[in-house]
Structure formats: structure tokens, C-alpha cells
Design a protein around this ligand. Structure first.
Ligand code: SAH
Length: 226
């Protein structure tokens, strides 16, 4: 199922995701169609597969981006605040910004400064992307996303685009009431599972293990490895 949604154009790719029920929200479909994946994926942008973007990172496959956005959908509202950890190419961060505008705030965090720079350049390839950066709706910053972005939350939605070692309580703490965290977690067996962590209006936290996935790991900065 993973590879069959590719298309010849950006619109065809998103239409195929809809047809294959990998995407169902009309609002998300509009957001995805308004962002040309070719601005973010250097090779085969309309294939439903991950593509290398350098620095051992990949832009995730379109159906994975669709899954993540669908999971966070109730929290992607105009005026909302979204944190994208491991923002890489900047593609999904940009789609989130389409969902929260006007107003709203989306910050992509990546620990590789070259990727942060690349995500800004990718986003500047369109007038609409540039406007999101210029108005401050969308920002990309360098940092260790495992600790979130202190002082700027709370976040209605936090997306983690790389596999974590645990549920990172700092991220849960930075969720708004209500808010939702979407995070792939690596288990001791070596498998990875999506966890969805919800914080309700009263601050009560519930954690749900969803489905098996394969993401690149959330790591120490490469320069810090021993
Ligand atoms: N959502 C991105 C996924 C990029 S791959 C996209 O689709 O383009 C995962 C990203 O996580 C990489 O860019 C990598 O540099 C970043 N990453 C890994 N560990 C990190 C950490 N501790 N803090 C911030 N970013 C991290």
C-alpha cells in the first residue's frame, strides 16, 4: 500500500492519497495541494516514498505526512500553535502553517543547521511560503527538539518527525490543555510505534500506542557523538 499513491504532479499525488483513503480531510487536502512537494524533495517529489535530503535525513513519504496530519487534525486550527520537531526539509511544517493561518504560529526545529537553512530556502521558493516566513506565522530554528522549545508554548499540536527513545515528558509538558503530541517511539525490540499523547482541558494525559512505523532516529547532534 505504501507506494501506490504517487502521481505525475503534486495534485495527482494528493488526489491519489485521497482515493486510497490515506488522506480524508478536505481542509488538509487543500493545504497539501497548496504546497508543491517539489520545492522540498530534491528527487522524485511526487512518488509516495521517502527521499534523501542529505545529512542522513529524509523527507518522509507523502502517506506518512498524511497520517501524521490526519492524527493532529483536530488541533490544526486557524490561530493555533504547532511545533514540528525534526523539521528536516520543512515540508510538513509548511503544511501545518497553511492550516493555522491566518494568525497562528508554527515552528520547525531541527538540530542540523544546514537543514534549517535548506528548509527556509525551500519555503522561499513560493510567494505564499515566503509570506508565511515574513509574517512570522512560520519559523525554522536550530535546536535539540527532544526538549521542545521552552518559553514559546504551550502548543496545540506537537509533531515529531524522527523516532524518539521515549515519550519525552518535556514535550508532553509543553502541550496546551487541550493538546496532542504525535511521536514515533523506538522500542527495545528495535521496532517503532506511533504514540498519540492527548492532554485534555483539565490537564489529564492519556497515551495511546497506534501502529508500527519506520523513521530515522531522533539523535544527539552528529558533532556531539563520541
Ligand atoms: N519531517 C521531516 C523529517 C526529516 S527526517 C521531513 O519530512 O522532511 C528527521 C529529522 O530529524 C532530520 O532532519 C534530523 O536532522 C532531525 N533530528 C534528529 N534528531 C534531532 C534532534 N535531537 N533535534 C532536532 N532535530 C533532530
Amino acid at each position: 500500500m505504501a507506494w501506490r499513491s504517487g502521481g505525475a504532479t503534486n495534485t495527482a499525488l494528493i488526489d491519489n492519497l485521497l482515493r486510497n483513503h490515506l488522506l480524508s480531510s478536505p481542509a488538509l487536502a487543500v493545504a497539501f495541494k497548496s504546497v508543491d512537494r517539489a520545492h522540498y524533495a530534491p528527487t522524485d517529489p511526487y512518488a509516495d516514498s521517502p527521499q534523501p535530503i542529505g545529512f542522513r535525513a529524509t523527507i518522509s513519504a507523502p502517506h506518512m505526512h498524511a497520517n501524521a496530519a490526519e492524527a493532529l487534525l483536530p488541533y490544526l486550527k486557524p490561530g493555533g500553535k504547532v511545533l514540528d520537531v525534526g523539521s528536516g526539509s520543512g515540508y510538513l511544517t509548511r503544511v501545518f502553517a497553511e492550516m493555522v493561518k491566518p494568525g497562528g504560529k508554527v515552528v520547525g526545529v531541527d538540530h542540523i543547521s544546514e537543514l534549517v537553512e535548506m528548509s527556509i530556502q525551500n519555503t522561499q521558493k513560493s510567494v505564499e511560503g515566503k509570506a508565511l516566513l515574513d509574517t512570522g506565522v512560520l519559523r525554522f530554528v536550530r535546536g535539540d527538539g527532544r526538549i521542545g522549545l521552552n518559553g514559546e508554548g504551550p502548543w496545540d499540536a506537537i509533531h515529531v518527525g524522527a523516532a524518539a527513545k521515549g515519550l519525552h515528558e518535556e514535550l508532553v509538558e509543553q502541550l496546551a490543555n487541550p493538546g496532542r503530541l504525535f511521536v514515533p517511539v523506538e522500542e527495545e525490540s528495535g521496532g517503532q510505534w506511533i504514540w498519540v499523547v492527548d492532554k485534555d482541558e483539565s490537564g489529564k494525559v492519556t497515551r495511546k500506542r497506534e501502529y508500527g512505523v519506520r523513521y530515522v532516529p531522533l539523535t544527539d547532534h552528529p558533532g556531539e557523538r563520541g
